[in-house]
Every structure is written in structure tokens, then in C-alpha cells.
Design a protein around this ligand. Structure first.
Ligand code: TRP
Ligand code: SF4
Length: 344
């Protein structure tokens, strides 16, 4: 059974964040977001959402639809294995709270189309999908309105996100200001809380770690898979021979050592690399060892959770019930303020 949330330190307010259900998460997702989510649980009331309705904004074929449920499950396993704690936080699936779709519609009454068409992520998506602003689905244009609804339906005031989401948060605040001005003070203006994390480059050392570029290491990968992947990492391109001194400052393997290896090991890598006392293959094996040590406890918890799919579903279901109770109160207030009377 999942018990009621323990009283936690709510002095700093309510956090809401979400991720689209993309399946297994990788080290970049962990260091860029998840690790921070876990720590925030000490100081905030936290609500974490698997945003499956947002995933539908870009679904194009039945194959992708078939992936939604497995992707939700895999992501939930990673969240819980990483330490997102359903005893302290609300963890749930967005579509379990249909009220968010009602709020999305109501917020669309105070959202000028021009604001949405100017959002950089929207323009980018249109380009990526090889569409035009005229041909994309209405749902994609409204993506940030739904995101605003996600946040404010729980009256969250703080939203941990990466840099790329700042325009969405700015828009959320503008929607809130308009709503509050037109219908009376109802919602706090949500503030972005930027995640301070080093940019995690992929194994080729050029671009951000991402699943689509296949330059990532899954949190759930085995020790052998992790080692094999780390061995494919690019190193200092100017270091041709073992006897050439290397340049750790331009080598992504060294950047990763700085995250996963001990202070002593980091110093050792630096001095042995710059004096040609260590080969790149050995250096990568060493890194693989550090990454594996780091991931092992997480993998262990994940394996336990994999044995209990019903428990994971129950966590999400209970989280959905708790989220929904809050959402229903907000919707009743919004109905009232917008002159709609009471929802049945
Ligand atoms: N748009 C976010 C992303 O792509 C996901 C998201 C949806 C979200 N709703 C949210 C993030 C609410 C924070 C709060 O990463
Ligand atoms: Fe990079 Fe290590 Fe090779 Fe130096 S020895 S170039 S830090 S992989």
C-alpha cells in the first residue's frame, strides 16, 4: 500500500515539474533534472507528472501510440529508482487528471494566438516535423497552454526546468496575469527554477547527450553495456599515439571523470594524461568503473521495482487520486470565477 504523504518541509512552496514519457532515461536526464527533483523533495511539496497528453502533440503513427504505456512504465521505474519518493511527493500520470484538459480550454480564452506562434520551441517543432504553422495540429500550438494548466491547476509556484523551457514559463506567467486581471486573483505566477547542472555531452563529445542522437548511457543499462558504450567515447582528437601527451581540458572522457570519479582519481587522470602515462583505452575503462559504481545502487532499486509492476502502477494511480483532488478544487474555483457556476 502507498501511504498518505508524510508532512514535509513546505516552507518554500509547491514544485511542479513534468517529463514527456520517452521511456528509459539516460545520464543526461538524471544529472540535468532527476537528481535535482530528488533533492527538492527535502524543501518543497513536490508534484511530478508524466505528461502523456503532451506526448500526443507529436504522435504520428500507431507504433508511437503503442509505445506510450511501456514508455510511461519505464520512466516511472527510473524516477522511483533514482529516489523520487511517493511517500513525500505526488507522482502521477497527467491524463489521470482530466481536469487539466478543462483548464487548458479555459486558459485558451485568455491566450492570444500570437503569443503561441512566437514561442521558439513551437517554431522549432514545426521545422523538425517538416510542417508549416498552418498544417500542424491545433494541439501542438497549444502545448504551452497545457503546460501552464499542468502547473497552475496545483497552484504550484516553482517549476524546475532547463534553459529551453524558459519561454514556456514566461508565457505561463503572462497567461496567469491575464487570467487574474480578468477574472480575479486566482493563481500564483509560477517561477522557473533553473537546474544548475553541467551540460552533459554525448559520447562523441560534441552534442548534448540525447536518445535521438544515440550518444547516451541509459540509467538502466547493465555494467557490460555501460562499459561497451564508454569505450566508444571520443577523446582528445589530437592525441594520435600513446606517447603523445593528451589534453584533458578538451576531452569529454575527462569531463565525465570530473562528474563520476573521486577527487584523487581526477587529479591522477589529469597528470597521467598530460604526461602520456595513461592510454585512452585504460582511461575509458577507469571511467566505466566510476560510472558503474555510481549507477549500481540505482540499478539495484530498479531491478526490485521491475519485479513489482503492480506496485508501480499503484503508486501512479494513488498519486493521480491525490493530484485530482487538488485539481477538482481549482476547477470549482475557476468555474465560479469565470461565471460557469459549479461543475457537477
Ligand atoms: N515541456 C516540458 C518539456 O518538454 C514538459 C512539461 C510539460 C513540463 N508540462 C510541464 C515541465 C510542466 C514543467 C512543468 O520538458
Ligand atoms: Fe582523455 Fe583520458 Fe585520453 Fe586523456 S587519457 S585524452 S583524459 S581519454
Amino acid at each position: 500500500m502507498v501511504s498518505e504523504s508524510k508532512a514535509s518541509n513546505t516552507a518554500q512552496g509547491t514544485i511542479l515539474s513534468g517529463m514527456r514519457p520517452t521511456g528509459k532515461l539516460h545520464l543526461g536526464n538524471y544529472l540535468g533534472a532527476l537528481d535535482n527533483w530528488v533533492r527538492l523533495q527535502d524543501d518543497y511539496r513536490c508534484i511530478y507528472s508524466i505528461v502523456d497528453i503532451h506526448a500526443l502533440t507529436t504522435v504520428e503513427d500507431p507504433g508511437e501510440v503503442a509505445n506510450i504505456q511501456p514508455n510511461i512504465h519505464e520512466m516511472a521505474l527510473d524516477w522511483l529508482a533514482a529516489g523520487v519518493d511517493p511517500e513525500r511527493s505526488i507522482v502521477f500520470i497527467q491524463s489521470h487528471v482530466p481536469e487539466v484538459m478543462a483548464l487548458h480550454t479555459l486558459l485558451s480564452m485568455v491566450t492570444p494566438l500570437g503569443w503561441l506562434l512566437r514561442v521558439p520551441t513551437f517554431k522549432e517543432k514545426v521545422r523538425q516535423m517538416d510542417e508549416t504553422e498552418e498544417s500542424v495540429n491545433y494541439g501542438l500550438v497549444g502545448y504551452p497552454v497545457l503546460q501552464t494548466a499542468d502547473i497552475i491547476i496545483y497552484k504550484a509556484d516553482t517549476v524546475p526546468v532547463g534553459q529551453d523551457q524558459l519561454p514556456h514559463l514566461e508565457l505561463a506567467r503572462e497567461i496567469v496575469r491575464r487570467f487574474n486581471f480578468r477574472f480575479g486573483d486566482t493563481f500564483p505566477e509560477p517561477q522557473a527554477k533553473l537546474t544548475e547542472a553541467p551540460l552533459i555531452l554525448g559520447l562523441e563529445g560534441q552534442q548534448k547527450m540525447s536518445k535521438s542522437l544515440d550518444n547516451h548511457i541509459d540509467l538502466a543499462s547493465t555494467a557490460e553495456e555501460t562499459t561497451q558504450r564508454v569505450l566508444t567515447a571520443f577523446t582528445d582528437p589530437q592525441r594520435q599515439r600513446r606517447s603523445d601527451p593528451g589534453r584533458p581540458e578538451v576531452c569529454n572522457v575527462y569531463s565525465l571523470h570530473k562528474i563520476f570519479s573521486s577527487a584523487r582519481d581526477i587529479d591522477q587522470v589529469y597528470s597521467e594524461c598530460t604526461t602520456a602515462q595513461r592510454g585512452c583505452v585504460d582511461c575509458k575503462r577507469h571511467l566505466a568503473g566510476s560510472v558503474n559504481d555510481f549507477l549500481e545502487p540505482l540499478r539495484e532499486r530498479r531491478r526490485e521495482l521491475e519485479e513489482k509492476p503492480d506496485y508501480v502502477r499503484e503508486v501512479l494511480f494513488e498519486g493521480g487520486k491525490r493530484a485530482r483532488a487538488i485539481a477538482r478544487e481549482t476547477i470549482a474555483e475557476v468555474y465560479e470565477k469565470m461565471g460557469l457556476g459549479q461543475p457537477v
